[in-house]
Design a binder for this molecule. Structure first.
Ligand code: NAD
Ligand code: LMR
Length: 325
């Protein structure tokens, strides 16, 4: 058995947290040979509920779960931690865009960035889930100057998975047959789900679906799926968000499949002309606990315009929180 690693989950008593912690403890994120210590961070008023989550974790008797630490103190929550999943933040409600949460949630991520800088393991891998996820990641990273910015990422894997599911349904294939999906940009309604390079059963999906279906149905369905779930459930996605968070970390740490890629929002290095430093979703391959942007993809004029639009939204969001950087 490997030595245990620590995984911090913020907002662990919330809806996504409840769908996440048991799967990590079961080994679904870091592998069935990787023992874990869960460090669950909450706000003081949620500590009683968090105690209930801890009792349930105990009652599962997970062989890989070596310890559970509960705290409302970021210094304890992030102490020497190897992985952090920053979920704890307010969710949007009906009629809101995710960026409407920016003022309320931004301060959480500046405080947690500072705590990570001070207390976490130097090679910590961070995934931000709390919305608006890309800009919150920028804030957390800017407040953790001693940690490599490349180790701060935001989640667009839910959008990636949603897009794969739509393509599988449309082409009467299994999701497992769909590869090389790409989400560009912001986890927002300006994101660009791009099927230009996507394959189904190894063949270009662009030969199987019409451009008008892609533009008029597929793209808005993926862009607005979060809002559709809020309308239907009266609460934002939780189980599918937790599932995507597990997928994101699993790919990052354990690697992507040969010949395929995944979407991750990461600090731009200027690839595809995107403003360096912005937390922008790119197609990436992962190996040995790090990622690389897929290079050399042909970008049509249509794609270029969509990629710029979502970049512009991220630039505008950055302006709004400039005082926290
Ligand atoms: P929730 O309200 O059910 O739970 C949030 C939890 O966070 C609560 O228990 C709250 O007490 C806790 N919390 C708040 N501030 C905290 C802090 N400073 N430190 C630690 N814990 C804190 O919400 P949820 O449904 O779990 O959603 C959480 C966030 O994830 C929201 O911002 C939501 O919009 C976002 N989200 C993102 C994606 C994505 O794809 N990136 C998907 C779904 C939801
Ligand atoms: C989602 O995509 O489901 C989440 O970001 C929640 C939301 O506000 O849409």
């Amino acid at each position: 058995m490997k030595p245990p690693v620590s995984v911090t989950i913020t907002g662990a008593a919330g809806n996504i947290g409840y769908a996440l912690v048991f799967r990590i403890a079961a080994g679904q994120m870091l592998g069935e040979d990787q023992p874990v210590i869960l460090r669950l961070l909450e706000v003081p008023q949620a500590m009683t509920a968090l105690g209930g989550v801890a009792m349930e974790l105990e009652d599962c008797a997970f062989p890989l779960l070596h310890d559970v630490v509960l705290s409302d103190d970021p210094a304890i929550g992030f102490r020497d931690t190897n992985y952090a999943m920053l979920v704890g933040a307010k969710p949007r409600t009906k009629g809101m865009e995710r960026k409407d949460l920016i003022t309320e949630n931004a301060r959480i991520f500046s405080a947690q960035g500072k705590a990570i800088n001070e207390h976490a393991a130097r090679d910590i891998h961070v995934l931000v889930v709390g919305n608006p996820a890309n800009t919150n990641t920028l804030i957390a990273s800017a407040n953790a100057p001693d940690i490599n910015p490349a180790n701060f990422t935001a989640m667009t894997r839910l959008d990636h998975n949603r897009a794969m599911a739509q393509i599988a349904a449309k082409t009467n294939h299994l999701v497992a047959d769909v590869t090389r999906m790409t989400i560009w940009g912001n986890h927002s309604s300006t994101q660009y789900p791009d099927i230009s390079h996507c394959l189904v059963d190894g063949k270009p999906v662009t030969d199987m679906v019409s451009m008008s279906w892609a533009i008029d149905h597929f793209t808005p369905t993926v862009q607005r799926r979060g809002a559709a779930i809020i309308d239907a459930r009266g609460a934002s996605s939780a189980a599918s968000a937790a599932d995507a968070a597990i997928d994101h970390m699993h790919s990052w740490i354990l690697g992507t499949d040969e010949g395929d890629w995944v979407s991750m929002a990461i600090p731009s290095d200027g690839s595809y002309g995107i403003e360096p430093g912005l937390i922008y979703s790119f197609p990436v391959t992962c190996k040995d606990r790090s990622y690389e942007i897929v290079q050399g993809l042909e970008i049509s004029d249509y794609s270029q315009e969509k990629m710029r639009k979502t970049e512009q939204e991220l630039l505008d969001e950055r302006e709004m929180i400039a005082d926290l950087l």
